[in-house]
Design a protein around this ligand. Structure first.
Ligand SMILES: NC(=O)c1ccc[n+]([C@@H]2O[C@H](COP(=O)([O-])OP(=O)(O)OC[C@H]3O[C@@H](n4cnc5c(N)ncnc54)[C@H](OP(=O)(O)O)[C@@H]3O)[C@@H](O)[C@H]2O)c1
Length: 264
């Protein structure tokens, strides 16, 4: 059993990691800027919650004291992303090294190192901060979550549509499968494993096919609206830099996830 700190453990992926690590018997501490109420769906019974801000550094020393493995599942949106990823990672890495943390596991995105999209560039800066020699780091780059792909389709809701990016394929993955891989990495004591690990959902499918599955499963009457996604994100996805078919998990596919009504 290890003491595991899940930074961002109140978020979508972080909650799944927290639940998986608690389930496997680890002593789990969750750090975020807000501690959830114990009756909220952000709260995982068996975990301990502390407040910490990785950008300002407030609460980090207390959170990292006695920790064996740090798992970073934090996220930043909009203009905050660069701060959370670059400054946050530097603060975490340096404080963790001072407190003798044995290993750090970072959740990143497939293609983060191959895109000019601002969010991906911020993720790449976060990865670089973790690859400093101060810590034994493993980076897990995952493909798009089922929830994320669904959110793209649903951005068309005000138009009565499901938005489907043209020329784009996804390999969506359940956050429960991402969590399983991250906790495997937390526990991995074998020799000298790869520092960067890729993981993708069970199947690569066109955005159109996934949107059709969403439409069927939700019984939606919305029409599927093809859109050409501009900018660096659109070209990254159309080039297939979001796919890792050779690293597909034997896990929950998009259709199964939709049918189960899962949000995990
Ligand atoms: N979405 C995808 O398809 C996808 C695919 C692959 C990888 N990823 C990566 O997965 C990671 C997690 O994404 P997610 O969607 O699960 O995130 P999320 O739901 O937005 O959760 C973000 C978490 O970070 C915490 N956080 C934000 N700013 C913080 C700060 N300054 N200090 C401490 N904690 C802070 C939040 O809590 P507070 O706000 O209370 O602080 C929350 O717990 C991201 O790094 C993302 O790049 C996402």
């Amino acid at each position: 059993m290890s003491r595991v700190l899940v930074v961002g453990g109140t978020g979508l992926a972080g909650r799944a990691v927290t639940a998986e690590a608690v389930e496997r018997g680890h002593d789990v501490v969750v750090a975020a800027r807000r501690v959830p109420d114990d009756d909220s769906d952000q709260y995982v019974t068996g975990a301990t919650y502390v407040t910490a801000d990785i950008v300002t550094g407030d609460g980090l020393e207390e959170a990292l004291d006695g920790v064996d493995v740090l798992v970073d599942t934090s996220n930043g949106v909009g203009k905050q992303a660069a701060n959370v990823f670059a400054t946050g990672a530097q603060n975490l890495v340096h404080t963790a090294a001072r407190f003798g943390v044995r290993r750090a596991v970072l959740l990143s995105i497939v293609g983060a190192d191959q895109s000019a999209y601002a969010y991906y560039r911020a993720k790449a800066a976060q990865e670089r901060a973790y690859l400093e020699p101060a810590l034994d780091t493993r980076i897990v780059r995952a493909t798009q979550f089922h929830d994320f792909v669904t959110a793209i389709f649903d951005r068309g809701r005000p138009l009565g549509a499901l938005l489907s990016p043209t020329g784009t394929r996804f390999q969506p993955i359940a956050v429960s499968d991402v969590a399983r891989v991250l906790v495997d990495v937390v526990e991995d004591e074998s020799g000298e494993p790869d520092r960067v690990i890729h993981v993708g959902g069970p199947r690569v499918e066109s955005a159109r096919s996934l949107a059709e599955q969403h439409k069927r499963a939700s019984g939606s009457r919305r029409f599927i609206l093809p859109i050409r996604l501009g900018g660096a994100l659109g070209s990254t996805w159309r080039a297939g830099r979001n796919l890792v078919p050779e690293h597909a998990v034997d896990g929950v596919g998009y259709g199964t996830w939709l049918e189960s009504g899962a949000r995990a």
